[in-house]
Write a protein that binds this ligand. Structure first.
Ligand code: HPA
Length: 170
């Protein structure tokens, strides 16, 4: 299936000069959404994975069906202050300012093999923060998977030690 044709491009969102890749048009197409998750599972089948880790909000949308299809657990990474249990946190920079991400301290046991999942790899800021969290919990990070990679933002270059899987590249 040509997944790229399911992505809607929106010029000048959220600001002039940005050509925004909108995945909601892929998600609303049941066959395409199903095939996209299946293809990601296929790409990752040689990996031994214990847990999928997804940052809010779009990391949940891609990470939970992937975890379900692989028959492994899903661990949410959330903005600081949202998770009810004891957490570890990390700071990270966004395009506009800074924020903090958090994960439950007991979410991962040391040495568990985790896959980080999000909808889109841009500059790698969110993945780097998520990596920091799972490393604080002494996870064994087996890779990261994304529906879309914006290669012109060179996120991969900032994640040299990580095996990265992407379905659609721009
Ligand atoms: N689409 C969605 N999210 C994004 C994009 C985009 O084009 N660029 C940075 N984050």
């Amino acid at each position: 299936m040509d997944f790229k044709e399911k992505i809607r491009l929106i010029q000048d969102f959220p600001q002039p000069g940005v050509n925004f890749k909108d995945i909601t048009t892929l998600l609303k197409d049941g066959k395409a959404f199903h095939a996209a998750i299946d293809q990601m599972v296929e790409q990752l089948k040689s990996k031994e994975i214990d847990l999928v880790i997804g940052p809010e909000a779009r990391g949940f949308v891609v990470g939970t069906p992937l975890a379900y299809a692989m028959g492994v657990g899903f661990i949410p990474v959330r903005k600081a202050g949202k998770l009810p249990g004891e957490t570890v946190e990390t700071g990270y920079s966004l395009e506009y300012g800074k924020d903090r991400l958090a994960i439950h301290k007991d979410a991962i046991r040391p040495g568990q093999r985790v896959l980080i999942v999000d909808d889109l790899l841009a500059t790698g800021g969110t993945v780097n923060a998520t990596l920091d969290l799972v490393r604080q919990l002494e996870a064994d990070v087996v890779g990261a998977a994304f529906v879309i990679e914006l290669t012109y933002l060179h996120g991969r270059a900032k994640l040299p030690d990580l095996d990265i899987y992407t379905l659609i590249q721009y």
